[in-house]
Design a protein around this ligand. Sequence first.
Ligand SMILES: O=P(O)(O)OC[C@H]1O[C@H](OP(=O)(O)OP(=O)(O)O)[C@H](O)[C@@H]1O
Ligand SMILES: [Mg+2]
Length: 167
Amino acid sequence: MDKLPHEKGFHISWDQIHRDSRALAWRLENDGPGASGSWRAVVAITRGGMAPAMIVARELDIRTVDTISVKSYSHQTQAEAQVLKAPDAELMGDGEGVLIVDDLVDSGKTLELVRQMYPKAHFATVYAKPKGRPMVDTFITEVSQDTWIFFPWDMALQYVEPYRGTD
Ligand SMILES: O=P(O)(O)OC[C@H]1O[C@H](OP(=O)(O)OP(=O)(O)O)[C@H](O)[C@@H]1O
Ligand SMILES: [Mg+2]
């Protein structure tokens, strides 16, 4: 049987991503580098990790924020993950004390690539699909592998037909 429209994807509002990213920050407070320590820097995996990374950095009062640009999807089609721009090498080292944030982990290919570069970093995503879970240290919500997550920056409010249709 065909799925209902609302079952094909998981649609996340701005309010939801804000709340889930805050929850991620609070969870990271306990997973952090020791009670007295703090992360040296937050690194966002662009572009999807930028909004969550900003919210996490704000909650944890971390002012040093850098980016790593990784491209692996064109619309919903996956290709080889590619690093288009690396963060500051001196800041990163082997990743020790650095928190790397992305919006989600799906196959895990993106995080696998970034992990190879910074093996000691801590990896956090807001959402995680089962295949990619082993690649992430901290996440908030697990979503099934066959669900496509739609983020608010890719959507707009629009009219929908009533479920029963109209005459
Ligand atoms: O675990 P994976 O299967 O590698 O997929 C997850 C990655 O894919 C998406 O990024 P995308 O490459 O689409 O780029 P974007 O963030 O610029 O949209 C998403 O933001 C993650 O970074
Ligand atoms: Mg991304």
